[in-house]
Write a protein that binds this ligand. Structure first.
Ligand SMILES: Nc1ncnc2c1ncn2[C@@H]1O[C@H](COP(=O)(O)OP(=O)(O)O)[C@@H](O)[C@H]1O
Ligand SMILES: CC(=O)N[C@@H](CCC(=O)OP(=O)(O)O)C(=O)O
Length: 295
């Protein structure tokens, strides 16, 4: 007998039960990258995945990026921008635009998409509820020829030094889904631009998240031949960064995965946010997608 569409739907829903039970009351941090955004249909699918997690009793927390969108605004305003080691060199003018784009337009766009599903999202950044404090990032790079280390001055690029769980714990017990922009104050009163991957890792670590998902625009970490690596150990990741196979924005992503694993996050996955319902595929089905980072 041919299965009707309703029967198929019922069978698929029944299959999701063990996963719903596994993740009930667990925290899942989803990093939504700027490269994964932009397509309205995919945006809707992402929002409905997050809404479904919340309805299933999971505690989803969205941390978003917006690198390409910041780049577009900076060029519209005639401000030049460059990256070093995957991080945007950020002067005073740039950090103002970064805050405007991240904590403003992009944050509210994602909040609105989730709200349209009938769930409740609340848009925040590190400043809200004294959630996150940052300090000036101290990054060094090795000159490939001489191997000499050089300190980078990235301006108002920050790294997270403190996460206060109070607000996020409160929201976990509510109907609200937090959507967080990676901007945070320093104790020095400055505003810092934090790489969204690093920021998501810090939030996941502080909340002992069960899962940390990175939604980007590639299927996961690719090897030299462009093939997907389904699993990547910490040692292999270091080797791929050192030999240049992992470059650009993938560097802070993979480094964050390593730190998150060390901080006790149970599962860290880099996956393609350009595949519709990638979050559900990863969380509610047997076969994960993307690259799983293992200790
Ligand atoms: N080994 C690699 N595997 C996959 N992507 C890589 C690799 N090395 C560099 N990249 C680049 O990293 C990008 C993803 O990082 P990023 O641009 O910061 O995305 P997002 O905005 O989603 O955080 C990919 O689009 C790709 O160009
Ligand atoms: C310091 C630094 O580089 N900050 C990032 C913040 C946004 C971000 O990380 O966005 P994606 O996740 O889309 O790359 C930036 O200015 O682009």
């Amino acid at each position: 007998m041919n299965e009707t569409e309703s029967e198929m739907q019922a069978r698929l829903l029944a299959k999701a039960l063990p996963f719903m039970q596994r993740y009930e009351n667990k925290t899942i941090v989803v990093k939504y990258g700027g490269h994964a955004m932009g397509n309205p249909e995919l945006g809707k699918a992402f929002a409905s995945d997050i809404a479904l997690l919340k309805q299933s009793g999971v505690n989803p927390i969205v941390v978003h990026g917006g690198g390409p969108q910041i780049g577009a605004m900076l060029s519209k305003m005639g401000i030049e921008s460059k990256f070093e080691g995957g991080l945007r060199v950020t002067d005073q003018k740039t950090v103002e635009i970064v805050e405007m784009v991240l904590a403003g337009s992009i944050n509210k766009e994602i909040v609105a998409l989730i709200n349209q599903t009938g769930e409740w999202a609340i848009g925040l950044c590190g400043k809200d509820g004294n959630m996150v404090f940052a300090e000036k990032a101290r990054k060094t790079v090795k000159d490939p020829d001489s191997n000499i280390e050089r300190v980078l001055d990235l301006g108002f690029v920050g790294e997270v030094v403190e996460v206060d769980r109070t607000l996020l714990d409160l929201l976990a017990r509510s109907e609200m889904i937090p959507v967080i922009a990676p901007v945070a104050p320093g104790r020095d009163g400055a505003t810092y631009n934090i790489n969204a991957d690093t920021f998501a890792g810090a939030i996941a670590g502080a909340l002992n998240a069960t899962r940390l998902l990175f939604l980007t625009d590639v299927p996961g970490v690719l090897d030299k031949n462009g093939q997907l690596l389904k699993e990547l150990s910490v040692a292999e990741a270091h080797a791929l960064i050192a030999d240049g196979t992992i470059s650009g924005g993938m560097i802070p992503k993979v480094e964050t995965c390593i730190d998150a694993i060390k901080a006790g996050v149970q599962g860290v996955v880099i996956l393609n946010g350009k595949t519709a319902h990638s979050v559900l595929l990863e969380i509610f089905t047997e076969h994960g997608v993307g690259t799983l980072i293992v200790p």
